[in-house]
Design a protein around this ligand. Structure first.
Ligand SMILES: [Zn+2]
Ligand SMILES: [Zn+2]
Length: 365
């Protein structure tokens, strides 16, 4: 079928997204065509644009919309259902089978190989194949093709165009606190970087009953937003040493948990240094293969835990409906992070995302 999509044809930061007409494959047995209602822009899109090296390509991995067409063997959804599109996974490896699909051993094949598992393309122009299937969707488009297992059916009483970021950025922040760290009432947490992931972590820390919620950032307006969402202490790390301040706040013990969301090695070091003995630092920022992190060996030897978390260690079919229930109950107001633009303004959205002017832009085709 004919669709409209934002295509990248160059890897430089300044190469624009181009709105083009493409041909999308018909759904195979277990595939589904989703009419996109909204798609969040995430730093992973912008990072992938300059690093994946597959051109031309359609990115976009926080899509939500309405099921339009289903393959012959699809049982999970039917036309008209509202769905959030989440990441791809094999469903068969050790980590998938033990309910950690975000740590699928074949994560790269299912999310960043540019096509289906068998190497086939799902998108093309009249004379060339186009890389797609980005995070099992490529949803910077009017329509996207997904495997049924990556779709999460959601209630129709919430605006469907709002929900796409639950499939990646928001479940990453909230899931790190709820699923991976399992924060409990009365505990303390420091969040380094108040973007979508960090602010979602703050919202989740409030849900978990954390009593000291420290937000660290360099943008005063982000710290203000963090405070509105429930941060109890704010640190502008341009002006103060975050580890010193956290030590003061916790009477020299350190926080129970810290989360690093900036992909900056100096900040990651601070996040490790800020946790108490037997506390856990979660590294969530996107990095390149080969990037190195230096830590004080004796700090880690003393029992501090440093771990990475992908996608909030979420099982999306379970976790995304829980986040929607919390939103409906007024306890997880993630809509405060969102601004909307039409898909045709995707290049303006890139600028707003890079500059920090927008927290989370949702593009509407
Ligand atoms: Zn797997
Ligand atoms: Zn993302």
């Amino acid at each position: 079928m004919k669709i409209t999509a934002a295509v990248i044809r160059g890897m430089e930061k300044e190469d624009p997204f181009l709105i083009e007409e493409l041909e999308l494959d018909e759904p195979r047995e277990h595939e589904v065509v989703v009419r996109i209602a909204g798609v969040g822009m995430c730093h992973t899109d912008l990072f992938s644009k300059i690093s994946l090296g597959m051109l031309p390509m359609v990115l976009g991995h926080e899509g939500s919309g309405v099921v339009e067409k289903v393959g012959s063997a699809v049982t999970k959804v039917e036309p008209g259902d509202h769905v959030v599109m989440s990441f791809g996974y094999c469903g068969k490896c050790h980590n998938c089978l033990s309910s950690h699909p975000a740590f699928c051993m074949e994560f790269a094949i299912h999310n960043a190989s540019g096509g289906r598992e068998d190497g086939s393309f799902t998108l093309r122009t009249a004379d060339e194949d186009v890389f797609g299937n980005f995070f099992a969707q490529s949803s910077f488009a009017s329509h996207a093709l997904a495997h049924e297992k990556t779709l999460v059916k959601v209630d129709k009483d919430v605006p469907i165009e709002l929900l796409g970021p639950l499939g990646c950025g928001i479940q990453t922040g909230a899931g790190t606190v709820i699923n991976a760290l399992k924060a409990r009432p009365g505990e303390s947490i420091a969040i380094f970087g108040a973007g979508t992931v960090g602010l979602s972590a703050i919202l989740a820390a409030v849900v978990c009953g954390c009593t000291k919620i420290v937000a660290v950032d360099i943008l005063p307006e982000r710290l203000e937003l963090a405070k509105k969402l429930g941060a109890t202490h704010l640190i502008n790390s341009k002006e103060e040493d975050a580890v010193d301040v956290i030590n003061k706040i916790t009477t020299n013990v350190g926080v129970d948990y810290s989360i690093e969301c900036t992909s900056n090695a100096i900040v990651a070091r601070q996040a490790v240094d800020a946790v108490r003995i037997l506390g856990t630092c979660a590294l969530v920022g996107v990095t390149m293969l080969g990037d190195e992190l230096t830590v004080d060996w004796s700090n880690v030897a003393a029992g501090r835990i440093v771990r990475g978390v992908y996608e909030g260690d979420s099982q999306p079919d379970i976790f995304i409906p829980q986040l929607i229930d919390l939103f409906k109950a007024g306890r997880f107001p993630f809509d405060k992070l969102i601004s909307y633009r039409p898909l045709s303004e995707i290049n303006e959205s890139v600028e707003d995302t890079h500059s920090g002017k927008a927290v989370k832009v949702i593009l509407k085709p």
